[in-house]
Each structure stands twice: as structure tokens, then as C-alpha cells.
Design a binder for this molecule. Structure first.
Ligand SMILES: CC(C)(COP(=O)(O)OP(=O)(O)OC[C@H]1O[C@@H](n2cnc3c(N)ncnc32)[C@H](O)[C@@H]1OP(=O)(O)O)[C@@H](O)C(=O)NCCC(=O)NCCS
Length: 193
């Protein structure tokens, strides 16, 4: 994370995080159509652990709730060419315990496997640890989602447990992965400054 700008507008603090390959900024209403398309994608629904809107009617209340929720920080992922390519969030933030759950989705398939997911995760966890002063970021990922696991491992996440979930495709294993500031890989730490 090279820099971050905070702008106060209408009483909201707008945070923009600048990584090497991505920029994280608040989701804007103009992003919603593309976002909704990804939310409706069955493959992405299957891979995600979150609860996302699937209709425009659901989007309004969901979008308003993003700013009101102190336990949640949600960002649009912007590629260096300016394209909105996905979203990333810290959810279930416990300020008392210093913990949060991370979720990410690069919705535009053309932008996967190019290091942007790793950059966005590195940027967000750097913000979580060094600006928000959280002490633990964790996530859940299907064991067979090798690309996601590799992405998280590159940042420094380690598998700390697993659980089984019954679903339409039968029983699947989910890894619980966690990261502390001490686990951050050296290049990510250097990026965080
Ligand atoms: C998971 C996700 C965030 C990763 O972001 P990304 O930009 O595609 O990933 P990166 O390019 O940063 O890193 C992917 C790594 O996995 C590797 N990889 C890709 N496919 C792989 C596979 N089938 N098996 C093992 N490794 C694989 C890549 O080679 C790369 O590692 P490398 O840099 O050592 O070569 C993104 O692909 C995504 O959002 N996918 C769809 C939704 C999803 O799975 N979300 C996560 C839910 S937990």
C-alpha cells in the first residue's frame, strides 16, 4: 500500500487504498450493475461465503447498509487501467478482539490470475493491521479453490483449521486461514511501508 487518501464528504470518511496493481475505493452506485451481474453468477455464488444482493431491489438497502455498518469495510477493486473488476471486504470486524473476516471476488474473469487478487488482499490486510490496528484477519475458502488458497498463501495466510459443509454438490471441505501482522510475507510488509 503506497498511500491512502481520506476525504470527508457528507460526514462520511472516504478511504482510498493504493496498491501496486490495484486501487481500492468505496463501491459507487455506478458499479452496481456489474456487481449485480457477478452476484448472480452461480460459480461465484458457490465460491463466496458472503450474502450478496441478487436483484436491483435488494441493492438499495444493501448499498446503504455498507456505510452505516461499523463492523464492515467494503471496497471496489479497480485495476490500473481504471476498470472496476471486483470487490473486497473486511466483515464481522470485532474492534474489541481486533479481528475481521476477509472476502474477495474478482468478478471479471479477464483479470484473474494476473496478480491483482494478491495485490488487493495485501493492500487490504496492510490497511487492517497498520491503520485499523487489527491483530488477526481470517477467511474461509473451499479446499478445492487452489487459486484462491495460493493467492492467500502468497500474502502469508496459513491454514489453521477446517470444517465440512453439506451443499448441493455434496459435502465439501472448507479451510479456515488466518494472518497476523507477524505472518505477513516480507514483500507485502515492504509494500505496507
Ligand atoms: C481467488 C482470487 C481472488 C485470486 O485472485 P487472482 O488475481 O486470480 O490470483 P493471483 O493471480 O494473485 O494469484 C493466483 C495464484 O494461484 C495460482 N493458481 C492459479 N490457478 C491455480 C490452480 N488451479 N492450482 C494452483 N495454483 C493456481 C497462480 O499461478 C498464482 O500463483 P503464482 O503467482 O505463484 O503463479 C480470484 O481468482 C477470484 O476472485 N476468483 C473467483 C472468486 C473466488 O474464488 N473468490 C475467493 C473465495 S474464498
Amino acid at each position: 500500500m503506497q498511500s491512502s487518501d481520506k476525504i470527508r464528504r457528507k460526514g462520511w470518511r472516504i478511504v482510498i487504498l493504493v496498491g501496486d496493481k490495484t486501487i481500492l475505493r468505496p463501491l459507487s452506485w455506478e458499479d452496481v450493475p456489474a456487481f449485480l451481474q457477478w452476484c448472480r453468477d452461480p460459480e461465484l455464488q458457490d465460491l463466496s461465503n458472503g450474502t450478496y444482493p441478487t436483484s436491483l431491489a435488494e441493492c438499495g438497502p444493501w448499498y446503504s447498509s455498507l456505510r452505516a455498518n461499523r463492523q464492515h469495510k467494503h471496497f471496489a477493486i479497480i485495476a490500473r487501467d481504471g476498470r472496476f473488476i471486483g470487490d473486497i471486504e473486511l466483515d464481522s470486524i470485532s474492534w474489541r478482539r481486533g479481528e475481521a473476516e476477509l472476502r474477495i471476488c474478482i468478478g471479471d474473469p479477464a483479470y484473474r490470475n494476473r496478480g491483482l487478487g494478491t495485490d488487493a488482499v495485501a493492500t487490504l490486510v496492510s490497511y487492517a493491521f497498520f491503520r485499523l490496528h487489527l491483530r488477526l484477519v481470517y477467511l474461509r475458502v473451499y479446499r478445492d479453490n487452489r487459486r484462491a488458497i495460493r493467492c492467500y498463501e502468497k500474502v502469508g495466510f496459513r491454514t489453521v483449521g477446517w470444517l465440512r459443509r453439506a451443499g448441493k454438490l455434496g459435502e465439501r471441505e472448507i479451510y479456515l486461514m488466518a494472518l497476523t501482522p507477524e505472518d505477513l510475507r516480507a514483500p507485502v510488509r515492504a509494500l505496507a511501508g
